[in-house]
Structures are given as C-alpha cells and as structure tokens.
Design a protein around this ligand. Structure first.
Ligand SMILES: *Cc1c(COP(=O)(O)O)cnc(C)c1O
Length: 219
C-alpha cells in the first residue's frame, strides 16, 4: 500500500505523513524499513513514548489539537506542528523553542469543514494573528504554511470545495505576509478517504493513517 500511495504522490511531489496513532511501534518499524521517515501522531503521551523507542532520524509531525501545557514535551524533537490555532499556543511554542535553542516549524490550522467539531482559525483570525506584534516579535517559530481537514463525507464535490478554500487562504496569506519567505510553502490536506482530491487541489503533504495501517481500534 505504501508504494501505491507514493506513486500517487510522485507526479506532484506531495509528501506522505504516515499517521501512526494507536498503532504499535513494530508497525512503524515496518514502514521505516521500507524507507518512510515522516510519521504523524495526535497524542502527546503516545508520541513521546514512540519517539524514545524508534530511530532518531524519524521526522515526527504533531497533527492533533495541542494543549499549551504539553508543548514542552515535544519541543526538543518535533519536526512540524500541524494544527496551530491560537496566538496563545504560538507564544508557548516560541518560548519552548527558545529554551531548546531551535526554530520550530508550524502550520496554521484553518477551519474549512462545515462541521462544528473541527478546530481551526477563520481567515480573519489568521490575519489578526499574523499582524499581531507578539507574533512579529517571535524568532523561534517559523510558519511553514496551512493545514485543514475537510468534512467527513462521501460528497467529494464538497470536499473539493473545502480544499479549494484552504488553497485560496494559502495564496492570500502568501501574498500578504510571506511573499519573500520561500519557507511558507506547505498545504497539509488530504487523508485516507480524500487524498487524491487533495493532491488535485494543491496539497503538498497528505496525512494518511488507516489506508496504510488498517482501521484503528480505540479502547
Ligand atoms: C487521524 C488523522 C489523520 C489520518 O486519518 P485517516 O483517515 O486514517 O487517514 C489525518 N489527520 C489528522 C489530523 C488526524 O487526526
């Protein structure tokens, strides 16, 4: 399955984040042996435990909702935080990054789905955040792009429109705030059920779990 997904991603150079949440370390090692290096988790405890047991050249992506008081635990090693949705969280990420003497790359999460349950900024929230003096003073976070989750539906036309909205937000922010910043380049969108549509709409990284690892069983 890995090779099939990679060949789907190849023409557009889209990166695969293998979402390993709930899956045992042995399964991650299997994909690692096949050459996969980017893995995504959405729970801090689980991420920290897995990171300690697995090869140090794995790039760990935090894809879930991040609580301020947990940033500290992943700040030493996290590759990319996908779901930043407040200035408060960004302040804490910057603070912990200063302590670690590193720059932590982050994506701003935008709400593109109809569902109420999904986290994320509106485009106006995003603009306000980027214009805020506190943000402009931060030296240890780097905004690398945007992230979004489409509505969980089989209506692929709706999903496509939501991905188009995220792409339009990316373009708008790029020209308004990051025109001279080549590092603002990522659009994290697409999961097992909709990644092909996401690629067509300009995704640069897809987050795929169940298609790679099989269905998840929560306790
Ligand atoms: C679980 C999860 C995924 C992967 O979902 P699948 O449908 O299993 O591919 C992607 N993104 C986020 C934010 C997730 O929490």
């Amino acid at each position: 399955m890995l090779q099939r997904i990679l060949s789907d991603l190849k023409p557009t150079n889209t990166r695969l984040i293998a979402v390993s949440k709930t899956k045992p370390v042995a399964k991650i090692e299997g994909l690692y042996q096949e050459g996969q290096r980017d893995f995504g988790e959405n729970r801090i405890q689980e991420l920290v435990e897995k990171q300690a047991q697995l090869p140090s050249d794995i790039r760990w992506h935090f894809i879930g909702h991040l609580q301020t008081n947990k940033v500290k635990q992943i700040a030493p090693f996290v590759q990319l935080i996908h779901a930043v949705d407040s200035l408060k969280l960004l302040r804490e990420i910057n603070k912990q990054a200063v302590r670690q003497e590193r720059v932590i790359a982050c994506l701003l999460q935008f709400k593109i789905a109809e569902e109420d349950s999904k986290y994320g900024l509106s485009i106006n929230d995003g603009k306000r955040l980027l214009q805020h003096p506190d943000f402009r003073a931060m030296r240890n976070v780097q905004i690398a792009g945007v992230m979004g989750m489409a509505t969980f539906t089989t209506d692929m036309q709706q999903v496509r429109q939501e991905f188009q909205r995220l792409k339009s937000y990316f373009d708008l922010l790029k020209s308004a705030y990051f025109a001279d910043k080549p590092d603002f380049k990522e659009i994290s969108m697409g999961m097992s059920g909709d990644y092909k549509v996401a690629i067509e709409e300009g995704s640069t990284m897809v987050r795929i779990g169940s298609l790679l690892f099989g269905a998840r069983h929560y306790e």
